[in-house]
Ligand binder design. Structure first.
Ligand code: ADP
Length: 284
């Protein structure tokens, strides 16, 4: 069965454009998708299969001397569903071809270096899909809101990040940046669930409420990220995340479109296929 189609490609429907206001986005909306949740879930399965095939092509290309890779950058406030995207979207492809990295509070070793040091080390090699669960954007989000460095320092980072990402793109990496947007109400529900279910306590961190208390400051910091770092080479996509099924479908679609855009075939044989068939046939 073929599941429904998008009204327009996800990269059009979700792309951050000049003037996009985060505050105007309804986190419960489903841009580009006017069909049911059930149809969306079918489409996720369909697209997952396609994604998996494209990922294998990318991997094969990398094994055959290709230099391309894809980097998915995931940002979002607590409970926005970054972990769910990793499990349910990235989980649909062969783990061999994925380079997943989560970025938490910098370690003492990381602190001895520039903020991009740990990021550079984690970039996906040829043929890989890299996934950043949080990223260098924390250095203009939490760092800005919590004033962990002076304004003069974080102010210069937007341009530095653009230059860095341009360099990464020039080396063959397609960058897809996703901001998952959860509403304050939905976040409250999700945090409450973590407090009510013992199997979710491990996900709860009392510090999450301190972050939640600074919602307007985070909104402002996210807006600055969108205004200043959404470039043609490394665009941001805003994904409403109150409906988990939609967010997962949207990110799958964005990744699939990015991989399709590489127009990868299968690598040609670097051996004589007919001769190898004859050799095999001649064997017992
Ligand atoms: P998560 O909340 O994503 O499940 P953690 O509990 O490990 O994962 O939280 C990661 C924490 O690390 C977040 O609070 C985030 O703000 C913080 N963090 C990430 N990068 C930086 C950074 N460069 N400087 C300070 N804090 C950071």
């Amino acid at each position: 069965m073929t599941a429904g189609r998008w009204d327009e490609p996800a990269h059009e429907a979700l792309r951050v454009r000049a003037g996009t206001r985060l505050a105007d986005l309804d986190p419960g909306s489903t841009p580009g998708w006017d069909k049911s949740r059930e149809t969306g879930e079918q489409r996720l399965v369909d697209q997952g299969e396609r994604l998996s095939e494209l990922q294998e092509r990318l991997f094969a290309d990398g094994r055959s001397g290709g230099t391309r890779s894809v980097l998915l950058v995931l940002q979002g406030l607590d409970t926005a569903g970054k972990g769910g995207i990793v499990r349910h979207v990235i989980g649909m492809v062969d783990p061999q071809g994925v380079a997943l990295r989560s970025f938490g509070v910098p370690t003492p070793e990381e602190r001895e270096h520039d903020y991009l040091w740990r990021i550079r080390k984690a970039l996906p090699g040829p043929g890989k899909i890299g996934v950043f669960d949080r990223s260098h954007y924390e250095d203009v989000l939490v760092v800005r809101v919590e004033e962990l460095v002076p304004r003069a320092v974080w102010e210069t980072r937007y341009d530095e990040i653009n230059a860095f990402e341009a360099e990464v793109a020039a080396a063959g990496t397609t960058i897809v940046k996703v901001a998952l947007v959860v509403s304050q109400d939905e976040q409250k529900e999700r945090l409450r669930e973590r407090l009510e279910r013992p199997e979710k306590y491990w996900k709860y961190n009392p510090g999450d409420l301190d972050v939640r208390a600074k919602w307007p400051a985070y909104l402002e910091a996210y807006q600055a990220v969108l205004d200043r770092t959404s470039t043609d080479l490394a665009p941001w996509y805003l994904v409403p995340a109150d409906r988990k099924w939609y967010a997962r479908l949207a990110v799958t679609e964005l990744l699939r479109e990015a991989l399709d855009g590489l127009e990868l075939g299968w690598p040609a044989a670097d051996f004589d296929v007919e001769a190898e068939k004859r050799r095999l046939d001649s064997m017992p």
